[in-house]
Design a protein around this ligand. Structure first.
Ligand code: NAP
Length: 475
């Protein structure tokens, strides 16, 4: 596939192979943008700012709705692209494509609700003869940078609100999974989005990232990805708005009064969805001592039933990690944890990029597997004596995207809701629950700002005050 710049589909001198991580088969190539193409995309987006501001709200909403309908009509094609270039099974990929339809539909709806307010200028002496209001205007040029793990819907989470707000965008999708993003860009163009409003450059972040991020023509960088790239982008960005959707190390608390079967089913799914490569994936589970052994036994039994590997099979539960290198990295972390005293209850075996779903107990707190974001199919289960201990341990690391608690006791549920230090607390669901319209984002090293269309629209617009002096007002 090619890049989208100024309404044209362009190649570059160099190209990048896109491979299926399961068998390393080359499924397509994309251009490796150089400085020259980056500059072309930026110039196009400057024109895009003018074009986008000329679009009425109903025109923006119509394009977004039509794009949603195109994705809906070609759902299977989108799902197959997601599943071929990335880690997801075909069932997981269909789920993501459906969510993308939802994200774009919400963007169309929310474009009509970007509201301002009147300002009571007479609330202070000297303002009696003034009336006025503020409205929210588009921020301008937005740079969107997206990760590999939800290659379609996380792109929609940036393009949807950026276009709904009346901005121009340059998108740089993840190099390992650029095809879903390019297909979405095709759908936008087919839906009638004018040239220049959306530009997509493909290329390695470490090669073109700094040129993009530093450029003063951008008014905002909206980034979703890992902490390391997040740090670098924050340092390079200069004076512009930054949205950071970063990683986590999500904790789940299991109380002894909960529906244990549901807690197990929900947490197994939350741990191994997308082969655990999920920013809200379950990583640490704190279980009350009284039900600990029962929980571990049921969790392991369910995990052992997972069918792993052939992503396109309808009954496949989990695919490979995104590269063999990533699977080797995680196998190394498991070995380190075992050396320090952890016990593998099931899984741990690796073939190529496929790492079996792995359940560990007795993981010491100094193990990398405990402290860092794992981003892979492993989960640690720990016994705790009280809710206070579980909350303290949940809060003990420098991440805070989602946390969860399973309990039938409303007091415990709400206490956890208030005391868990994170962007969202799921009660009687694992951390892996997200509705595309809810505010989504983290505290500490999990991020800055919030996504979820209505909330992204606030980030991607700025208030402008209009004050009118009326000398004859209130004689
Ligand atoms: P990543 O390595 O940080 O890459 C994310 C994106 O940033 C890619 O497009 C990458 O390009 C680009 N990039 C890398 N270095 C850059 C630089 N110096 N300047 C500009 N762009 C740069 O993350 P990933 O491995 O794709 O995704 C996994 C991470 O994303 C995990 O930490 C996960 O938790 C996080 N995530 C967070 C959320 C959330 O909503 N909070 C959602 C999903 C994922 P290349 O691909 O070319 O390297």
């Amino acid at each position: 596939m090619k890049m989208l710049i100024g309404g044209d589909w362009l190649g570059a001198q160099e190209s990048i192979e896109v491979k299926d991580p399961l068998d390393n088969r080359v499924i397509d190539t994309v251009p490796a943008a150089s400085r020259e193409e980056v500059e072309k995309a930026l110039q196009s987006a400057v024109e895009g700012v003018r074009v986008a501001r000329g679009m009425t709200v109903y025109q923006r909403a119509a394009v977004l709705s039509e794009t949603a309908r195109i994705v809906e009509r070609r759902l299977e094609e989108f799902a197959r692209t997601i599943a071929s270039e990335g880690s997801k099974t075909i069932r997981e990929a269909r789920g993501e494509a459906k969510r993308c339809v939802n994200t774009l539909t919400i963007s169309a709806e929310e474009s009509k609700r970007v509201l301002g307010e009147t300002i009571p200028f007479d609330s202070f002496p000297g303002g009696e003869k003034r009336i006025g209001y503020y409205y929210r205007f588009p921020i301008g040029m937005v740079l969107a940078i997206t990760p590999f793990n939800d290659p379609l819907n996380l792109v929609a989470h940036k393009l949807g609100p950026a276009i709904a707000a009346g901005n121009a965008v340059v998108l740089k999708p993840a190099t390992v999974t650029p095809l879903s993003a390019l297909k979405l860009a095709e759908a936008f163009m087919e839906a009638g989005l004018p040239a220049h409003v959306l530009n997509v450059v493909t290329g390695h972040g470490h090669v073109i990232g700094d040129d993009l991020v530093r450029d003063p023509r951008f008014r905002m960088v909206s980034f979703t990805g890992g902490l390391e790239a997040g740090h670098r982008i924050t340092q390079a960005a200069g004076i512009k708005k930054i949205g950071m959707e970063l990683g986590s190390n999500s904790p789940v608390i299991v109380m002894d009064d909960c529906d244990l079967d549901w807690a197990v089913a929900s947490s197994v799914s939350g741990a191994f969805w997308a082969a655990g490569q999920n920013c809200i994936g379950v990583q640490r589970i704190y279980v009350m001592r009284r039900v600990y052994q029962d929980f571990v036994d049921r969790f392991v039994e369910r995990t052992k039933k997972y069918k792993v590997g052939p992503k396109m099979d309808e009954d496949c539960d989990m695919g490979p990690m995104i590269t063999e290198g990533e699977a080797k990295r995680l196998a190394g972390w498991i070995a380190e944890a075992v050396e320090k005293g952890a016990e593998v209850k099931c899984g741990g075996e690796r073939t190529g990029a496929v790492l079996k779903p792995t359940v560990l107990v007795n993981v010491p707190e100094e193990a990398t597997l405990h402290r860092e974001e794992v981003f892979g199919p492993t989960v640690n289960i720990y016994p705790v004596e009280s809710l206070d201990e579980a909350i303290a341990k949940s809060n003990s690391l420098n991440f805070g995207l989602h946390a969860a608690i399973f309990t039938r006791d409303i007091n415990r549920a709400l206490k956890a809701g208030y005391e868990l230090d994170c962007g969202g607390v799921m009660i009687n669901d694992s951390t892996d629950y997200r509705l595309d319209s809810m505010p989504f984002g983290g505290v500490k090293h999990s991020g800055l700002g919030r996504e979820g269309i209505k909330f992204s629209l606030q980030e991607m617009t700025e208030p402008k005050v209009i004050s009118v002096y009326l000398p004859d007002w209130r004689q």
